[in-house]
Design a protein. Structure first.
Length: 276
């Protein structure tokens, strides 16, 4: 559930002022019925005024889907995520909205998570193929949001025992090539999949995983810095215990806005102060 709620922040990419207001209301005074009716009313008005595929209409449709996901009404969340994804996908080839592929990936990834949460793995697998094609059409095929989806996709197939498609394997091979060419985000995900096994090697390969993790952290990728930093602090995951070096990496990650690093520092504030 945390991943879906976190995905709400991505609504900013839609310019969704209505969602931001709704989210604030949910946090402060959870009058859920009032919030639901307000977003639905605004959505219907936008459909009548602007049409079903207008940017404002899509913003509100996505906001409503996020709202339903937050309160775990997944049937309704699925409906509105699906509608948003289908509309954004239809706009990609028309080039009528500049960042349609990126927005399609955001909406589709949220729908993908709903399918996983509700055990609809066949639907998730079918949607994954659609999402892979959208990812290929984004400006940066190995962007952070695309990589998050690739990670979810790999987890689905590893956990369900399903066989990955040829398209997926081609993409994962391209990701590995990007890692070998110096892409720090790609290096991080390749490291995780070497550690898990079954993707780039039949069994977990910790030495290769550590190799890519170090490269990613050294290149300044904040998630890798947080991961390696906490491993150094605790002497875990094959890293020798080195609290000073670990804290330096965690702080570097936090300075770049890495949420896990920021949370870790908040939770361990007294420990870090004592090290100073």
């Amino acid at each position: 559930m945390k991943n879906l709620v976190k995905a709400a922040a991505l609504a900013v990419l839609f310019g969704t002022a209505a969602f931001c207001g709704a989210a604030e209301t949910i946090t402060q005074k959870p009058d859920l019925n009032k919030i639901e009716q307000k977003i639905k009313s605004d959505l219907q008005q936008s459909i009548q005024k602007n049409g079903p595929k207008h940017k404002e209409t899509n913003d509100l449709r996505f906001s409503l889907a996020i709202f339903y996901a937050q309160i775990e009404r997944f049937g309704e969340a699925e409906k509105y995520f699906r509608e948003t994804f289908d509309i954004m996908k239809s706009l990609i080839d028309r080039k009528s909205q500049e960042n349609a592929p990126e927005l399609a990936v955001i909406a589709g990834s949220a729908l993908f998570q709903v399918y996983q949460l509700t055990g609809q793995l066949d639907k998730a697998a079918a949607l994954a193929e659609e999402l892979l094609m959208c990812c290929k059409k984004t400006a940066e095929p190995f962007s952070q949001e695309n990589l998050k989806f690739y990670g979810q996709y790999v987890s689905l197939f590893k956990n369900s025992g399903k066989t990955m498609s040829e398209n997926a394997m081609n993409l994962l091979n391209s990701l590995k090539a990007a890692a070998e060419n110096g892409s720090a985000p790609a290096q991080f995900y390749v490291a995780l999949w070497y550690s898990a096994g079954g993707i780039y090697a039949p069994a977990p390969d910790e030495p290769r995983s550590l190799e890519y993790l170090k490269k990613s952290a050294d290149a300044g990728y904040p998630t890798a810095q947080w991961f390696v930093g906490t491993a150094l602090v605790n002497g875990q995951a094959g890293f020798p215990r080195n609290e000073k070096a670990g804290l330096e990496l965690i702080n570097k990650a936090a300075e770049q806005g890495e949420e896990n690093a920021i949370r870790w520092l908040q939770e361990n504030i007294f420990q870090t102060e004592n090290k100073d």
